[in-house]
Design a protein around this ligand. Structure first.
Ligand SMILES: C[S@@+](CC[C@H](N)C(=O)[O-])C[C@H]1O[C@@H](n2cnc3c(N)ncnc32)[C@H](O)[C@@H]1O
Length: 482
């Protein structure tokens, strides 16, 4: 067959060459001038091929990039070609196979691949093959090099993949995800997941601690995240012992003030809450093994603390959290309420945006079709909460507790206290009313104030001058089904 050269795509990922060789192209151009014949190039038609923001169809060159450039330079518009597979392939699904086919063609003839090119191919394949389907010996055979060489080229990638993946599996399993779901999330078979859960051994942690290693070192050593390393270290300890080892004072009263978030737990996220606050809630209102639902998980403080305290956890957010496979993408939509879990939770830890506070930051995580509730009007925000409380009530068991965190929202920014418009504000009393209306009985009101140190000296001065009364209060309401 003959194809138009202008219809062909040179895909730099598939065609394994650091850069095309002008020397080879010139030699081919000269050869063409004296009537040389060239074998057909090898091509493949694909679909699902990324082109800017769209996906499209393309015909990519697997072998013969120099020939096609030489033809083009000679002003020849068509070139003889053979297809690798006679049907178009899904590009995304077949990327590795295409890369290898191209590499194999280029190891056997023409402008052979340099060791640098082969190394890049081996590393690209290893990186895009988290299941390690391509063994070192299979890669060696395809690339025409020794297995030992492949080993040295990709050992670091394989080590990271194995440990990272294993710790994700352990994390998901500790949070109570079924092996079937875990297998789906990490893209492995259920048998393999069960093997990993059964065989992974972290017994060396105590040794490392007794050698004076810190937790960051231990997490790095196992290539796992810090919260999981802490969870393994604290395993088997009582709740009180855990508080002590984490350096958190356990408050036996209903004022929980923590000046700062504990950076070890949860990601940097707008509205991130202190892990100590979650830990206190779990300590008083749940038992080991209980199921916690976090419907708006943001930076993931709740799942991290559940991991530490041996609670199962299901968490959701409208934001896609690539590095947090335990937080599933779910948009709570008041026009179409859906309850995404089947088991009834023991605790719902609900930390929504505090009305329009941090609206801009949450907007960046949201989209037009899945807006954050921080963009709602006051009426819609209240209606949303009422709808959510009702839905949660319907899906709760008689013993389920709701821990609802929020703050008074008043229009105080530049308004003296006496001039504030009360009908614009939403306060804890409103949330209390909505909970009662939807069948929840508030049993505890716990004050968890924000630190006033976040206000600068100038801000404080201005507020004093104008008699502005700010809010640093934040309240945790605990409710049970009435
Ligand atoms: C206060 S933040 C949660 C912070 C979290 N507790 C932490 O410590 O990182 C509220 C979260 O609600 C999410 N959110 C807002 N509207 C939502 C909706 N309709 N459905 C799902 N998530 C929503 C936002 O993306 C945001 O991450």
């Amino acid at each position: 067959m003959e194809v138009n050269i202008s219809d062909l795509t040179w895909d730099q990922f598939i065609y394994p060459r650091g850069g095309k060789s002008e020397k080879t192209i010139n030699a081919y151009v000269e050869a063409l001038a004296i009537g040389a014949q060239f074998p057909p190039i090898k091509i493949q038609r694909v679909f699902n091929y990324a082109d800017g923001n769209d996906t499209t169809e393309a015909t990519i060159i697997l072998d013969g990039i120099h020939r096609s450039f030489a033809f083009k330079e000679k002003g020849i518009k068509k070139i003889a070609a053979v297809e690798w597979k006679d049907k178009p392939l899904d590009y995304e699904k077949n990327k590795t196979a295409l890369l290898l086919e191209s590499a194999e063609c280029n190891t056997s003839h023409g402008d052979r691949l340099s060791p640098g090119d082969k190394k890049r191919v081996a590393r690209d394949i290893a990186a895009s093959d988290p299941e390690c389907k391509w063994t070192e010996s299979a890669l060696a055979e395809k690339l025409g090099i020794s297995q030992q060489t492949v080993n040295t080229w990709i050992a670091d990638i394989r080590a990271r993949q194995k440990t990272n993946r294993n710790s994700i599996i352990i994390r998901l399993s500790r949070l109570g995800l079924s092996q079937e779901k875990t297998a789906e999330v990490v893209g492995l078979s259920q048998n393999r997941v069960s093997e990993i859960i059964g065989n992974t051994n972290f017994s060396e942690i105590d040794n490392l601690l007794s050698q004076g290693r810190d937790m960051e070192y231990i997490a790095r050593h196992y290539n796992m995240d810090l919260p999981l390393a802490w969870a393994l270290r604290l395993q088997g300890k009582t709740g009180q012992e855990k508080f002590k080892e984490l350096g958190w004072g356990l408050r036996p009263w209903d004022q929980w003030n923590f000046n700062e978030c504990d950076e070890r737990f949860g990601d940097d996220w707008p509205g991130r809450i202190p892990a100590q606050l979650v830990a206190h809630t779990l300590f008083y209102f749940t038992k080991s093994g209980d199921l916690v639902l976090d419907p708006m998980a943001g930076g993931g403080v709740v799942p991290d603390v559940c991991l530490l305290f041996g609670r199962r956890c299901q968490s959701f957010d409208l934001a896609v959290r690539d590095n947090r496979p335990e937080i599933l993408c779910h948009h709570w939509d008041p026009r179409n309420w859906k309850w995404p879990i089947t088991k009834k939770p023991d605790l719902i830890f609900f930390d929504p945006p505090y009305f329009s506070k941090k609206e801009k930051e949450y907007e960046k995580k949201a989209s037009e079709n899945t807006p954050s509730i921080s963009s709602y009007t006051k009426e819609d925000y209240e209606r949303f909460l009422e709808g959510f409380f009702l839905l949660a009530h319907k899906n709760a068991k008689p013993t389920t507790r709701m821990a609802f965190l929020n703050a008074d929202w008043r229009d105080f920014e530049s308004t003296p206290a006496l001039k504030e418009k009360p009908d614009k504000s939403i306060t804890i009393f409103d949330y209390h009313r909505l909970l009662s209306k939807t069948g929840w009985k508030v049993t505890h009101r716990i004050e968890c104030p924000l630190s006033s140190e976040r206000l600068s000296g100038n801000q404080v001065q201005r507020m004093q001058d104008k008699r502005i009364l700010g809010t640093v209060g934040r309240t945790l309401l605990i409710a049970k089904r009435a």
